[in-house]
Design a binder for this molecule. Sequence first.
Ligand code: CA
Length: 230
Amino acid sequence: MSEKTTILVIEDDKYISHFIDISLTKENYNVLVAQTADEGMFLFSSHRPDIVLLDLGLPDRDGTELLRELRAFSDVPVLIVSARGQEREKIAALDLGANDYITKPFHMGELMARIRVAQRSFQKNGAESGSTKFTCDWLTVDYEKRKVFVSENEIHLTPTEYKTLLLLIANKGKVLTHNYIIRQIWGYEGGDSKSVRVFMANLRRKLEKDTTHPRFILTEVGVGYRFSDE
Ligand code: CA
């Protein structure tokens, strides 16, 4: 087995996939390229890559359909590569559990940064499970005692706020859509994203030192939230 991180690129635009292939190979990643959803599924099953870059507009099937199939048996980090004007598809893909997205045209540096975040997410899944505390800057969560501290002072969170904080931390670096948060926290579909915003604003007031420049709970405009990975 190779020590390198393997990235499967499912993209039918040969110019883009070639460019990604060359850039990632130069950064010492193993790269597999598929031009259709079927080929992508085949390469995924045969090579078990560590990260998948998924174009949404593929010639044989929608990227979202492929993602739905993939998520039935795998938690592999998936980065969506979407074109402008594919907002609806992009959000559908994030609802289905894609980790992040990048919009074409993008800079290679931006893609590399997203890949590094995805990479940390799968490395961490192995290493950090079983830990009883989470600490990041001035925020500490004690999972055993179910207590949250801001600059060493215990703060009070409602059970729903606590649950939401745990959901965000467990998905650090990953974009969580409004729908996804509603489904996970309140248990129903198609809720109101405005009430999620109000709820998040309250949670932020308790955790952040400067709510206009949040350190932990970052807003993905029109999409949802992400817990900072830095
Ligand atoms: Ca395409």
